[in-house]
Design a protein around this ligand. Structure first.
Ligand SMILES: CC(C)(COP(=O)(O)OP(=O)(O)OC[C@H]1O[C@@H](n2cnc3c(N)ncnc32)[C@H](O)[C@@H]1OP(=O)(O)O)[C@@H](O)C(=O)NCCC(=O)NCCS
Length: 177
């Protein structure tokens, strides 16, 4: 399997991977909108490919912390693996590759809204406990799904505030479920 950064020529493949993983078009539309959104830059968009067939896609987009202008942050969303390739480590490989790119970009913090049982194994932990609020209030029953990972020692605990995100993601509908 190879993992590589995407180009304009991959937009259709990305849409197909996202649609097949989620079984609906919403995440595919969000992904393509984020890729075209200047306020989401710098994006990290990676495709996992096996024998010329796309297996999964991951997207990271720019984020920030209110009142903490020196902090470089990113949001992981969406991550999608086609049904046939799920449970084979593709998602993990995409996350690890993405984290390496973020380290190269000197990123301080990475956020995700996702399954806590999955992302904790990659070093993510609940963000609210660290004083880092999501762009919109997360329902209490899903509080653990809003997670953060520090990319440099000592960042967590030293910064607090609300996370800002790309214009495309800055809609309540993406944060309430
Ligand atoms: C969730 C998803 C990204 C995981 O990617 P993957 O390549 O299938 O997962 P990996 O092979 O890297 O990891 C498999 C492990 O993750 C666990 N896992 C998978 N989905 C999980 C979930 N929803 N919650 C908790 N753990 C999960 C598996 O149980 C397995 O655990 P094990 O290693 O202890 O056996 C993928 O299944 C997917 O695209 N699902 C549909 C879309 C989706 O839900 N995207 C994520 C949005 S946050």
């Amino acid at each position: 399997m190879i993992i590589r950064q995407t180009t304009e020529l991959d937009l259709d493949a990305i849409r197909k991977v996202q649609e097949s993983a989620f079984g609906q078009a919403d995440e595919a539309r969000l992904t393509l909108d984020l890729l075209a959104d200047p306020s989401a830059a710098p994006q990290i968009s990676l495709l996992a490919i096996l024998q010329d067939k796309p297996q999964g896609h991951i997207l990271f987009t720019r984020a920030g912390i209110t009142e903490e202008e020196g902090i470089a942050a990113s949001i992981l969303a969406p991550l999608a693996i086609i049904p046939d390739a799920q449970g084979k480590g593709v998602g993990g490989e995409l996350i690890r590759h993405g984290l390496r790119h973020l380290t190269d970009q000197n990123t301080d913090l990475v956020f995700v809204l996702g399954h806590p049982g999955y992302y904790t194994r990659f070093g993510f932990r609940p963000a609210c406990e660290q004083g880092l609020k999501a762009p919109f209030p997360i329902p209490p029953e899903h509080a653990d799904a809003w997670m953060v990972r520090e990319m440099k020692d000592g960042i967590l605990g030293s910064v607090r505030g609300s996370v800002t995100c790309a214009d495309t993601l800055n809609k309540e509908e993406y944060w309430v479920e």
